[in-house]
Design a protein around this ligand. Sequence first.
Ligand code: PRP
Length: 211
Amino acid sequence: MSDLRIVDHPLVKHHMTRLRDVRTPPSEFRLLVQRLAVLLAYEATQDLKLIEHEIETPIQQTQGSQLGERIGLVPILRAGLGMVDPILNLIPAAEVWHLGLYRDEATARPVEYYSKLPPGRPVDLALVVDPMLATGGSAAAALEALHAWGVPQTRLLSLIAAPEGVQEVARRFPATPVHVCALDTCLNDRHFIVPGLGDAGDRIFNTTNEG
Ligand code: PRP
């Protein structure tokens, strides 16, 4: 069974609609990805572990809290890059570990071309970020690499997902929650999410190459 968490919020619905619109230009698309990444990360981190400690305000001593775990932010290149800076603003001490994967257009299978994961010292919690979860192949490959690194806890943060991708992640990584802003209907015969938003990487980096 999948552990799917869909953010149900008017701001998410509003910004997702602009994100999907084919007329939204790359400059606005990038800003929308950033806004949605913040809203998604806020929801996906609501149970982070805290350590209590004492601080002094200008008035008196009081108990405070700080994050108690090493958190890794793992963008799947390229499109995941669009979600990194806004989430780093929320979690400034997060470590960013890049993974390069692209989907072979003919087979829809993920091809790894870059991995920055070091040997040893895995983070406590990895947040994998990629705007799109389609067949789930890329996300599963990223999660595979993180588990091989020894990361005990992983979460996947995607702006939109197809049911096929959610099921694939649940089948291979049942302990990994999947946080999304929207669950779409299906994949088309080219493995694109329907209704979707096209190709997030191309729209973020203005490489649609049309016309
Ligand atoms: C897209 C997207 C995901 C992947 C999703 O990347 O950003 O990484 O496809 O598809 P999947 O769930 O079927 O694996 P793409 O391969 O287009 O690379 P890009 O980010 O460089 O554009």
